[in-house]
Design a protein around this ligand. Structure first.
Ligand code: ZN
Length: 84
């Protein structure tokens, strides 16, 4: 599950940077991404502890990750067709 850093990134200084494509996402996915990044403040890596934190609030996180993956390829390809 490596697609997360494309949507958003949380720096060591706790600045949350979000991808402009996120504005096209449904609200439930936006909430998931924000929660995911906040969880990284507690747990940097995608280990068992991390997914335990995530699953406490989003027990369907695997479905959400899949949806984000699909959205990424759809939106990223649409976006490049605009820019080039
Ligand atoms: Zn992550």
């Amino acid at each position: 599950m490596a697609m997360k850093t494309k949507w958003a990134n949380c720096s060591k200084k706790r600045n949350l940077t979000i991808n402009k494509l996120m504005k096209y996402l449904p609200e439930k996915l936006l909430k998931y991404i924000v929660f995911h990044e906040i969880a990284h403040l507690k747990q940097k890596r995608h280990n068992d502890i991390f997914w335990e934190i995530i699953s406490r609030k989003f027990n369907n996180y695997e479905d959400l990750e899949k949806e984000l993956f699909i959205y990424w390829f759809k939106l990223a390809s649409d976006d490049s067709s605009i820019n080039y």
